[in-house]
Design a protein around this ligand. Structure first.
Ligand SMILES: Cc1cc2nc3c(=O)[nH]c(=O)nc-3n(C[C@H](O)[C@H](O)[C@H](O)COP(=O)(O)O)c2cc1C
Length: 360
């Protein structure tokens, strides 16, 4: 039976335990979308995780859609992230960067005034997104990418992956879930293209396959993971046949030697999403979505995943792994501070206590 506290290797990345911190946008980057010292503290506090996946990080100004998300396209951002990776590594942890290009899921006031909003097709995201004041605002009508522009978007991801490694990251995770750019290519309702990047399933998966291949060529496949959520409706996603789409995608990337597939597991009509991944993907798998210690242990015991990730629980339990180890109480997160905390960035961010130091 697999012990949740036992080491595991995901591609080239060696984890001291199987508990992963899921990527979480926290909207606390500084001017220029540069990671701050406070962000380094936040990640340092959570370095007991076998692996941290950072918050979604934009590869370019056009890839930004939310307020105060960090970037990985300027030297200053690379230097900011270096403080984060040094802090995590000093505690013996591992950290990969989630690279997130939002595509059409963008509010103009959240990004540079001259930054464009692009997508596979000119179809506006119907869901509103919080603006700088936290009030949900209309998204931007995107411009459809020209066929000969797509290589330059993939090149942004490649530069981002190289920059992440230069900043000391142990790898990168391509965000292909939650209705952002890669998923806009995957989903039939947001990809109405008639070129080789749209139409058939083989064409709709092409952007993700080429991006993963290009990032792998740049930094080695064993340092590249990807995140999917078959069937998710967030940000206006409505794929006509998620089973077909994801079976094709997973089969296409299975032989690349990638580090892992990170599944956000939600209910799917028909075949269960975890079974769908297991059937079409032979590499390492991180399972995510509403897990508790007991359900996580069960998934590992059944051999259905190699590691498990937790989001909410890591917000309010920086020492989650120690708490699991000691069967200590689990603290509840305050949703009010998920994003910007009362104008005080540390509130609900770095001020959750460690149980071992302050049992209560
Ligand atoms: C505040 C917050 C921010 C999130 N931001 C991201 C993100 O940037 N990228 C991503 O892939 N998922 C993001 N998620 C989703 C989580 O990674 C995770 O999939 C979700 O919370 C379900 O896992 P859980 O039940 O263990 O929390 C976010 C979740 C929360 C609560």
């Amino acid at each position: 039976m697999t012990d949740i506290l036992s080491p595991v290797k995901l591609g080239e990345i060696a984890l001291s335990n199987r508990i992963v911190m899921a990527p979480m946008t926290r909207d606390r980057a500084g001017p220029g979308d540069v990671p701050t010292d406070l962000m380094a503290d936040y990640y340092r506090q959570r370095a007991g995780a076998g692996l941290i996946v950072t918050e979604g990080t934009q590869p370019s100004p056009a890839g930004k859609g939310y307020w105060r998300t960090p970037g990985i396209h300027s030297d200053e951002q690379v230097r900011g992230w270096r403080k984060v990776t040094d802090a995590v590594h000093a505690e013996g942890g591992k950290i990969v960067m989630q690279i997130m290009h939002v595509g059409r899921a963008a509010v103009q006031a959240n990004k540079d005034a001259d930054a464009e909003t692009v997508a596979p097709s000119a179809i506006q995201c119907p869901d509103k997104i919080p603006g700088p004041d936290g009030v949900p605002a209309d998204t931007v009508m995107p411009r459809a990418l020209e066929t000969d522009e797509i290589a330059s978007v993939i090149a942004e991801y490649v530069t981002a992956a190289r920059n992440a490694i230069a900043a000391g990251m142990d790898g990168v995770e391509l965000h292909c879930a939650s209705g952002y750019l890669p998923m806009q290519f995957l989903s039939s309702n947001t990809n109405q293209r008639t070129d080789r990047y749209g139409g058939s399933v083989a064409n709709r998966i092409r952007f993700v396959v080429e991006t993963l291949q290009a990032m792998s060529d740049a930094i080695g496949p064993g340092r590249v993971g990807f995140r999917i959520c078959p069937g998710v409706r967030f940000n206006g996603m409505d794929d006509a046949n998620p089973h077909e789409t994801y079976a094709a995608l997973l089969t296409a990337v299975d032989g690349m030697g990638l580090a892992y597939c990170h599944l956000i597991h939600i209910p799917l009509t028909g075949q269960d999403a975890l079974d769908l991944v297991r059937e079409n993907w032979s590499g390492s798998l991180i399972e995510n979505g509403g897990l508790t210690l007991d359900t996580a242990k069960a998934v590992l015991a059944e051999g259905k995943a190699d590691a498990v990730s937790f989001g909410y629980l890591f917000i309010s339990n920086p020492d989650l792994v120690e708490r699991f180890r000691a069967s200590a109480p689990i603290a509840k997160a305050n949703r009010a501070n998920f994003y910007v905390g009362d104008g005080n960035d540390h509130v609900g961010y770095t001020d959750y206590p460690c149980w071992a130091r302050d049992p209560s």
